[in-house]
Design a protein around this ligand. Structure first.
Ligand code: PMP
Length: 405
C-alpha cells in the first residue's frame, strides 16, 4: 500500500515565501524586489501594446477556435522563432540543420532538452554556472543527469569570475553539457563580454563540449534582439552542435501563456538533414508522452507579431521601453548611492544587465533591510530591477545606504 510517511514535506520555495510576506505587509512604502516579472513605473504588470493589438485581432478573428496544435507546435511560430534566435540569414536554417519543438515556455524547453539528452546523450555531466536559475538543478536532476557547477560570480568584483569559469570548463570531461545563459544571466545580471564569449567558445571547442543555451531574455536585456542573441550565433558560426531553450515570457510579457521553443542545431555535414529529421522525430515522441501538444494561445499571439513587419517593429519599440526603463533604474540607483557616499563600489549595478542584479548585500543586510525598511529581496542579495521605479528608488537607495553603513 502507499506509505504516506515516505513523503517528507518539501521545503517552501523561498521566492513564494517572500511574496507571501510582502503581501501580508501593511506598510505603505513596502517595496517588492523579489518579483521575476516586468513592472511598469507604477509597479503594475505591463501588457505590451503590441501584444494588445495582436490579441484583439485574434479575438475578433471569425476562424478562431480551440483546436489542438500539432505535436511539434504551430509551424508559423516555430519557424519564425528559429529566425529570431539564429538570425533570418542563418546558414543553419538555410542548410536545414535546425529542428524546433514548441514547448511549455522556457521551463518546458529546458525540460524537453534535458529529457532528450538523458535518452540520447546519456552518461554526460551537465555543468551550470554558480549560481544559476535554481530550476536548472531541479529539471536536470529530475531526468537523472549528473550535475556539476563552474565558478561564475566573483563576490569581490561583483562581476564575472572569468578565470575560474574557464579553468573548470577546460577540465570538464569531453562531451560534457555546458549550460550557458545567452544574455541577462539569472540571478546575477553578469554576462561575459563578446571577447570573453570567444574565449569560452575556443575552450569548449578544444575540449569538445556541448553547449546548451538558455535564452530567456532576448531583446529584453539590451533592447536589441540581435545583440542579445550574439553569443548563440557566434557559437553556431564556430561550428558547434548545440541546443537552445527559448522563452517568450519576458520579451513578450506572455508569462502565463507559456510560449517557448526547444531548438536543436547540428553541425554542417552532408547528412545533417537526415540527422535533424531523426532528432525531430524523437523529440516529437517525447513531447507526445509529456504534454501531447503545446499551449496554443501564446504561440498564436507571438506568431502574429513575429510574422508581421509592422507589429514586429512595434515590438522592438516595446522592448526598448522595458529595457530602457530598467537601464534608467540602474543608472539612477548607482548615481544615488555614489552621491550619498554609500560605502563600497556600485559600478556593478550598471555593469550588470537584464532583470536582475546581484547587489552584493549579505544575507544579514537583506534581513535587516526587510525588517527595517520593508524592502523584500532574496537572501542572496538579488534584486529585480523591474521592482524599482521613480517613486520608490530613492527610498530604496537610502535603505541600502543605512544597512551598509
Ligand atoms: N531560464 C531562465 C534563466 C529564466 O530566468 C527563466 C524565467 N524565470 C526561464 C528559463 C523560464 O521561464 P519560462 O518558463 O516562464 O519561460
Amino acid at each position: 500500500h502507499f506509505d504516506a510517511d515516505v513523503v517528507p514535506h518539501a521545503p517552501e520555495d523561498p521566492l513564494f515565501g517572500l511574496m507571501a510576506a510582502y503581501r501580508n505587509d501593511t506598510f505603505d512604502k513596502k517595496v517588492d524586489l523579489g518579483i521575476g516579472a516586468y513592472r511598469d513605473n507604477n509597479a503594475k504588470p505591463w501588457v505590451l501594446p503590441v501584444v494588445k493589438k495582436a490579441d484583439e485581432a485574434l479575438r475578433t478573428d471569425p476562424d478562431f477556435n480551440h483546436e489542438y496544435l500539432p505535436i511539434a507546435g504551430l509551424a508559423n511560430f516555430t519557424n519564425a522563432s528559429q529566425k529570431l534566435v539564429l538570425g533570418a540569414d542563418s546558414p543553419a536554417i538555410r542548410e536545414k540543420r535546425v529542428c524546433t519543438v514548441q514547448t511549455v515556455s522556457g521551463t518546458g524547453a529546458v525540460h524537453l532538452g534535458a529529457l532528450f539528452l538523458s535518452k540520447f546523450y546519456a552518461g554526460r555531466t551537465a555543468y551550470f554556472s554558480d549560481p544559476t536559475w535554481v530550476n536548472h538543478h531541479q529539471i536536470f536532476t529530475n531526468v537523472h543527469i549528473p550535475i556539476a557547477t563552474y565558478p561564475y560570480f566573483s563576490a569581490q568584483t561583483k562581476g564575472l569570475d572569468f578565470e575560474g569559469m574557464l579553468d573548470t570548463i577546460g577540465k570538464a570531461a569531453e562531451g560534457s553539457i555546458i549550460l550557458l545563459h545567452s544574455c541577462a544571466h539569472n540571478p546575477t545580471g553578469v554576462d561575459p563580454t563578446q571577447e570573453q564569449w570567444k574565449e569560452i567558445s575556443r575552450v569548449m571547442k578544444e575540449k569538445k563540449l556541448f553547449p546548451f543555451f538558455d535564452s530567456a531574455y532576448q531583446g529584453f536585456a539590451s533592447g536589441d534582439l540581435n545583440k542579445d542573441a550574439w553569443a548563440i550565433r557566434y557559437f553556431i558560426e564556430q561550428g558547434f552542435e548545440l541546443c537552445i531553450a527559448q522563452s517568450y515570457s519576458k520579451n513578450l510579457g506572455l508569462y502565463g501563456e507559456r510560449a517557448g521553443n526547444f531548438h536543436f542545431v547540428t553541425g554542417a555535414s552532408s547528412d545533417a538533414e537526415s540527422t535533424i529529421s531523426r532528432i525531430a522525430s524523437q523529440l516529437a515522441i517525447i513531447q507526445r508522452s509529456e504534454i501531447s501538444n503545446p499551449p496554443a494561445y501564446g504561440a498564436r499571439v507571438a506568431s502574429a507579431i513575429l510574422n508581421d513587419q509592422a507589429l514586429f517593429a512595434q515590438w522592438e519599440e516595446d522592448l526598448r521601453t522595458m529595457s530602457g526603463r530598467i537601464i534608467e533604474m540602474r543608472n539612477h540607483l548607482r548615481s544615488k548611492l555614489e552621491e550619498m557616499g554609500t560605502p563600497g563600489t556600485w559600478n556593478h549595478i550598471t555593469d550588470q544587465i537584464g532583470m536582475f542584479s546581484y547587489t552584493g548585500l549579505t544575507e544579514k543586510q537583506v534581513l535587516k533591510i526587510r525588517g527595517e525598511a520593508h524592502v523584500y529581496m532574496t537572501k542572496n542579495g538579488r534584486i529585480s530591477m523591474a521592482g524599482l521605479n521613480t517613486k520608490n528608488i530613492d527610498y530604496f537607495a537610502e535603505a541600502v545606504d543605512k544597512v551598509v553603513r
